[in-house]
Design a binder for this molecule. Structure first.
Ligand code: PNW
Length: 473
């Protein structure tokens, strides 16, 4: 039987970005440093010492960037707000100029019929809040709720899709566990406490948004819900799988979707923390009714029990660090999944996306799903005529969109897809070396050139269906 290729008529065809990765203008209009400014300016933290100081100057080029989105036929755009542009100290009254930027951006999008999806927190905690303890400190969750209310009040009249947190797993475990992300701490207990306070922040932030937003607004969270597989059916490998699944998925989905941490998580991590950070009532707060769930997907993980002991977990694809982002899991080994890989070294596995969508269709019945990130990094270069051919990215997008379409045919309620990323940008600790964009950016001139994948995606979005043959370039 041929695969279904036509998407629902109201499907959202979007692209995603985040504030620190694209805006630049880090010292303008009252913005203060976030943990990513501090981290990227610390020698040795990012490839080549790259920082987001200039990034792709989106703060000044947003009008042209929105025009480009319209040219590419996108009907949705996911972006994030820089907390320290809005609340420079992470607390207290808002800076109007900071909010005005996002109001102008949103108005530009609406004028072109592009639906804005606003992420409140994509990893750029105001440095002052990190100095006061950061996510391992409970107070940060209350500060997030205040910030959510401020942005909700300011933009609730024109933004209807809201996302509280982007990939809290990265904030907690790469930020405070392995230290490859800001603030670069390597304390497994702090990482677990950060995870709990991110759950609390999501709940308190959702309550603050509900109070500030009109009833029609949709509130969601974007999780990098991992697909975790075991190398064998051996009970020890299966146990490794279960434990990593809890640390990757259940630690957030449990509280947010079901109001409870997964069974076994506290015992599995008992040597790391006694979880006394969890206070009575916290889980009820984290468990807020949501209107949608955002899934970010790039590649699956493959694990086994580690007979050779600690040290064999290097192949987990989460960056180079002597510290694990998996608290209490030194006896788990990560393996490279077989198959072709992208420039990040991440294996291309569209079946994993189908699996993930079906899992959350079962775990969160009735909750509409959005793929809030999916994409690939390649070593793109303009040809002598200045064109950028990226047939690998077209193939990646085609296969993953086909997986989404298959999941819809299997009963999943997927309402939209945001490709990561609209344009090349600051890829965190990898700096500007890894290009995820559908649009190429020349970092010397800031000139934007749609790659062939951007033209391909525009045609798919325009037709609302995938070409039946994989036509590339
Ligand atoms: C996501 N990992 O990051 C982010 O949401 C984006 O900002 C980022 O640019 C994109 O994916 C590509 O990396 C991730 O180690 C970073 O598992 C690291 C991991 C996952 C996602």
């Amino acid at each position: 039987m041929p695969e279904p290729i036509t998407f629902p008529a109201d499907f959202l065809w979007g692209a995603a970005t985040s504030a620190y990765q694209i805006e630049g203008a880090v010292r303008e209009d009252g913005r203060t440093p976030s943990i990513w400014d501090t981290f990227s300016h610390t020698p040795g933290r990012t490839a080549g010492g790259d920082t987001g100081d200039v990034a792709v100057e989106h703060y000044h080029r947003y009008r042209d960037d929105v025009a480009l989105m319209a040219e590419l036929g996108l009907n949705a755009y996911r972006f994030s707000v820089s907390w320290s542009r809005v609340q420079p100290t992470g607390r207290g009254p808002a800076v109007q100029r900071g909010l005005d930027f996002y109001r102008r951006l949103v108005d530009e999008l609406l004028a072109r019929d592009i639906k804005p999806a606003l992420t409140l927190y994509h990893w750029d905690l105001p440095q002052e809040l990190e100095d006061a303890g950061g996510w391992p400190a409970r107070e940060t969750a209350y500060r997030f709720a205040e910030y959510a209310g401020i942005v909700g009040e300011a933009l609730g009249d024109r933004v209807s899709s809201w996302i509280t947190l982007n990939e809290p797993w990265c904030s907690a475990f790469l930020g405070y566990g392995s230290g490859v992300h800001a603030p670069g701490r390597t304390d497994p207990a702090a990482a677990l406490h950060a995870a709990h306070h991110l759950n609390l922040a999501h709940g308190l932030g959702t309550q603050a948004l509900r109070a500030a937003l009109p009833a029609r607004a949709q509130i969601a969270v974007s999780l990098n819900s991992a697909v975790v597989r075991a190398v064998s059916d051996d009970p020890r490998d299966q146990d490794a799988r279960r434990r990593i699944d809890h640390l990757a998925n259940g630690v957030f989905h449990g509280p947010m979707l079901h109001g409870a941490y997964p069974d076994g998580l506290f015992t599995d991590t008992a040597r790391v923390t006694d979880w006394s950070c969890v206070r009575e009532g916290d889980l009820a707060v984290a468990h807020q009714p949501l209107d949608a769930l955002g899934l970010n997907y790039y590649t699956p993980s493959l694990v086994s029990a580690a007979p050779e002991g600690p040290g064999s977990r290097r192949a987990d694809g989460h960056g180079a660090s002597d510290h694990s982002p998996w608290p209490g899991s030194d006896d788990v080994a990560f393996h490279q999944t077989p198959g072709e890989r992208t420039e990040m070294g991440w294996t291309i596995d569209p079946g994993g996306l189908h699996e993930l969508i079906m899992r959350y269709t079962r775990e969160a019945p009735g909750l509409p799903l959005y793929i809030t990130e999916n994409g690939a990094a390649y070593d793109d270069k303009p040809d002598p005529e200045g064109r950028v051919h990226d047939p690998e990215r077209i193939a990646y997008l085609h296969k993953h969109l086909a997986a989404v379409r298959r999941a819809i045919a299997d009963g999943a309620d997927v309402r939209g897809y945001y490709l990561w990323s609209l344009m090349d940008n600051f890829e965190w600790s990898y700096g500007y070396g890894k290009r995820f964009g559908a649009v190429y950016v020349d970092y010397d001139t800031q000139v934007r050139t749609p790659k062939s994948s951007a033209h391909w995606y525009a045609a798919v979005a325009g037709a609302g269906e995938l070409p039946s043959e994989l036509v590339m370039d």
